[in-house]
Design a protein around this ligand. Structure first.
Ligand code: UDP
Length: 255
């Protein structure tokens, strides 16, 4: 059988042509990068866990009426998704000060924010994903005013829902990054849907009791026990792969 056509290779994922037109296969790697590729490494089993965690969160969001690109999980490291045109904006929603916000405004990490803060970054590695305003987004045509309104509404709904979901398993959702895509229907309608992934790679998750970090900051800041932290998130969500960590590396089904 011919090797599947690779459409795109990112830092943590690979996209292949899907089995039907309008679909893609999203493959989750164990590779981890930080600081715009300056730090590179591998987190064993991360791809398997992120595939599950992202599946779980996308399905729960679909249940409350938020459309996503997710169709179904295919195997340990792959999921079938709808092909979308990615809006070149990274949306960050913050509930608690951390990371770049803490640095920019000199606010100690862990300070609760008076309200959820939404930020937009232009997706461009060469420019280091600069922070941009709605004005830049609409003036440069990255999204329309209507799209950015919808993106803001959807992002706040995702935040409210995920904050509650994680609260229920003793985890504080400090902040997260999401991306949206345009789904072109045969009817000519264009629908904005949640795309990319939702995982500890792009969320800050802190244990409610100990404030211990359970996300990619463990890798970024060399805190150790990175695999264990991702596993613990999956365990609390009730989706640790059967057989536990031993199952984690699994056979890769790439052809
Ligand atoms: N984030 C991400 N990809 C990026 C930048 C940020 O997924 O390219 C996530 C990050 O994991 C965190 C949130 O967005 O949950 C806010 O990140 P921040 O702006 O504080 O940047 P950082 O301190 O990670 O550089």
């Amino acid at each position: 059988m011919a090797r599947r056509r690779q459409i795109y290779e990112g830092k943590a994922k690979v996209l292949f042509e899907g089995p039907e037109p309008g679909t893609l296969v999203q493959y989750f790697k164990d590779d981890a990068t930080a600081f715009n590729n300056k730090k590179k490494g591998t987190i064993t089993g991360k791809g398997v866990l992120n595939n599950r965690i992202s599946e779980y969160l996308m399905l729960r969001l679909q249940e409350i009426g938020i459309s996503t690109h997710f169709v179904r999980r295919l195997n340990m490291r792959e999921q079938l998704v709808r092909e979308v045109e990615i809006v070149p904006i990274e949306v960050v929603v913050r509930n608690v000060a951390a990371g770049s916000l803490s640095q920019r405004f000199n606010i100690p990490e862990g300070t609760p924010l008076p309200r959820s803060v939404v930020e937009y970054y232009y997706k461009n590695d060469e420019l280091n994903d600069p922070l941009v305003s709605e004005e830049h987004i609409t003036a440069f045509g990255w999204a329309t005013i209507q799209e950015i309104d919808e993106i803001l509404n959807l992002s706040l709904r995702v935040n409210d829902f995920m904050s509650g979901l994680f609260l229920g398993i003793g985890i504080r959702l400090v902040d997260f990054k999401i991306e949206f895509g345009r789904l072109y229907h045969d009817s000519g309608d264009v629908q904005l849907v949640l795309a990319d992934e939702l995982s500890p790679d792009n969320c800050r998750l802190w244990d409610m009791k100990t404030n211990e970090k359970m996300d990619k900051d463990r890798f970024r800041r060399d805190l150790g026990n990175v695999e264990e932290a991702y596993q613990e998130v999956a365990r609390r969500l009730g989706i640790l792969p059967e057989g536990g960590p031993r199952d984690m590396k699994g056979p890769s089904t790439m052809q």
